[in-house]
Structure formats: C-alpha cells, structure tokens
Write a new protein. Structure first.
Length: 142
C-alpha cells in the first residue's frame, strides 16, 4: 500500500513536459497560447489517469523530472517516478480524475501551475472506493 499512497499524494507534484511552443514568448497572444498548451497537458494528464494508461501518463514527464510526495523521499528521474506510480495503475481503477489549475504562469521555457485535483479510485480486485482531493504546485518545462 505504501507505493499506492506515494502515487496518490505525489501525483501532480513533479515536472511535466508541455507541447512544443515557441521559446521567448513575450506577446499577449504567445503567452495565451503557452497557457493553453499547459492546460492541454493537464487535460492529457487527466485522460491518461482516467484511462489507467501508465505509458501515456509517463509520456508527460521529462527524463529528469522530480516528484515530491508529502512525508516521503522525493523521486528523481522519470524511471523512479514511473516505478512509484506503477502499483497505483496496476491496483486501482481511477474515476473522475480532475485537475483544476487555478494559475498558470509562463516563465520563458518553464511555467508553473498550481491548483486542486480530485478523483475516486476503486481497487481492481474489489473493495471500497477511495475519494481523494488535494492541491498541487508543478513546474513545467518546454
């Protein structure tokens, strides 16, 4: 169960890769486009978790991403993050995973986003559904 708890609470606390966009965006239109790309990343994040697709979810992470779940050691690198997340994808069906970014701020080739998330997960082999809600702060890299 430790692996699952790490997965659940650290879910959105690492780095994700935004879709390709022009670097050095300075105009309002370029910033708005970059913000829209970050929101697309969150949409794909939601869809991949709801589909239970670890490979699809892992495609959003950069190779040197860092995930920092509360009260646990940090996971450094995509391989470590995937190893921690795998039990959650194997043991649970996720339902209604929803990310609500409250802010997205573009900073050159990086951005940060914070907000809330919520979802339900039911053990694949049966059992009570668990509902979780939390908050996140993520640094994204182009």
């Amino acid at each position: 169960m430790v692996g699952v708890v790490l997965f659940v609470f650290g879910l959105v606390a690492g780095g994700a890769k935004a879709a390709a966009a022009s670097s050095g965006s300075t105009s309002d239109a370029e910033v708005a486009s970059d913000v829209a790309l970050v929101k697309e990343v969150w949409n794909e994040y939601e869809a991949s978790v709801n589909a239970g697709d670890l490979e699809r979810w892992s495609a959003l992470w950069i190779e040197d991403g860092v995930q920092m779940p509360p009260d646990e050691p940090r996971y450094i690198g995509k391989a470590a993050i995937m190893a921690a997340a795998e039990p959650g994808f194997e043991l649970f069906d996720f339902e209604d995973f929803n990310i609500e970014p409250e802010q997205v701020k573009i900073l050159g080739d990086q951005a940060y986003s914070y907000g809330t998330y919520g979802f339900s997960m039911t053990p694949i082999e049966g059992g009570d559904t668990i509902e979780l809600n939390g908050k996140f702060l993520t640094i994204l890299q182009r």
